[in-house]
Design a protein around this ligand. Sequence first.
Ligand code: ATP
Ligand code: MG
Length: 459
Amino acid sequence: MRFGLCGLMHITSGRRRRSLDSKLDKLDDWRRTHYSSDLSPQLDGKESVVFGWIASIRHQGNITFIILADKDGFMQITVKRDEVGEEFYEKVQRLGAHTSIGVKGVLRAISKAPNGVEMLPKEIKILSFATLNPPTSLYGRRLPSVDKRLEIRAVDLRRPAAQAVFKIRQEALKALRAHLIENGYHEVHTPKIISSATEGGAALFPLLYYNKEAFLTQSPQLYKEQLVMAFEKVFEIGPAFRAEQSRTLTHLSEFISVDVEEAYVDYRDSMNRLESMIREVVKEVSERCVNELKTLGYCLEMPQEFKRYSYDEVLDILSGLGYKLDWGEDLGSTHLSVLAEVNPSFYFIVDWPAQTKPFYIAPKDKYSKLSESFDLMFGSLEIASGGTRVSSRRLLEKRLKEKGLNPKSFTYHLKVFDYGMPPHSGFGLGFERLLMILTGQSNIRDVTYFPRDQRHLTP
Ligand code: ATP
Ligand code: MG
C-alpha cells in the first residue's frame, strides 16, 4: 500500500493555526469500539466508532476514500456524497494526510478493503489538523536517510515498517523476560549513576553528582554480581551508557542491556542459558509476529547448533584464509567479516586471552593466559559477552591493577567478596543488536525509538 501526502497544508501562520483550531471538534464522550485489527467481514452491518490518523485520502468523482491508520493497521472509510450530505462531504474535502480524526458509522463487508470491511460514515470529528508536511516523504518508495527521518521521529514511527520493527521489539522483550522469570531468575534494578568504571575508563559519561564526580553506568556488571549473593539468579533489562568514540551502524551511546548473572555455575552454563533464551525469543517472535515479519519481508533461519570456536581455532581459521592476527589481539572488523563468511549465523567464540577481557573475567586456571569467556556472534556482529567471574577478592585486586585500574575506587565492591562470594557466571547482551537480527535491520538506529549517538541528543 502506498500513501500520498495530498491535501496537507504547508507552513501555517499563527492566525491560520488559530482559525484551524476553531474548526476542531471535541472528543466529548466518543470512545473507540474497534481498532483496525478488530475489524472483519463478520461485523457487516454493525455500528462502530474508530479513531486514527489519515494515511491517505483519494477523491474519485463523488466518492472519497480515506485510509485511516491506527496502531494496529489500516481501515477504509468510504465517503459517498449522496449518502452523507453536502456539509459532511465538504468537511472531508479539507482533510489531509496525518490529520487525526474519529468516525462513527456502519461497517460493510467488502473484499477489496483492508480486513475485508469498509466503514460507511455517519458522523466525523476532526480532532487535530496536520498543518505541516513532514520534511521527507515518509511513505514514498525510497526511504530517506535515518538522520533525516530522526528529525521528526514521532511521525517517522508511523511507517508500517517501523511499526513492524517496534512490535517485534515489544514481543522480544516480553519473551526474554518471560523466559528468564520462568527459569527462576529474579528481575533487579541497579543504579545507573555510579562512582567508577566497569568496562574500562574511556567510554564513560561523567556527570556532577551534587559536589562529586560520578558517571553513567556502562553496564550493571558489579551490582549484578553482588546481587547473586542474596538472590543467586538475577537479571536486569535496562539502559547502559557508553561514550563511543566512533560512529558505527552497531553502536549507540545509550542502549538496552540484557544482563544475566547466576551463582554456582560457570561460563558453559551461561552459554547454554543464552542459547536457549535466544531460541525461545526467535520462536516467540516468529509465531507472534507473522504479519510484521511479512511487512519487513524477513525470515530468520536458525542453525541446528550454536557452534563454539575457541579463540585459538578462530586464529587458525583466519590464518588458513590468509589473515594473520597476533595471539592476544582482539578481532578487528576485517577478521569479523571473514568469520561471517565462514559462519553467517549464531556462533560462540570462547576461551579468549585474558588480556582482551575485563578485569572481572576469570582466568581458565592459575597460570593460564586464557579466560573462561565467550562472545556470542551473529556473522560479524557481537550480540553478547560473558564468562565465569573472578570470585576471589585477592585475584580481583590483582586483575584490577593489571588493567591499570585503582582497587581503592572499587572498595565498595571488593569488600563484599570477604563475605563468601559464591562462584558465578553470566553475560550481557545488547538488546538492540539482537533486534537487528530479529528484524533484519542493518542500522541499530532503526530498532531504537530515539537513538542517542554523537550526533543525536535530540529528539
Ligand atoms: P563492541 O566490541 O561491539 O563495541 P563490547 O565488547 O565493547 O562491544 P560488551 O562490553 O561486551 O561490549 O557489552 C555487552 C554487549 O552489549 C555487547 O556484546 C553488545 O551486544 C552490547 N553493546 C556494547 N556496546 C554497545 C553500544 N555502544 N551500543 C549498542 N550495544 C552495545
Ligand atoms: Mg564484548
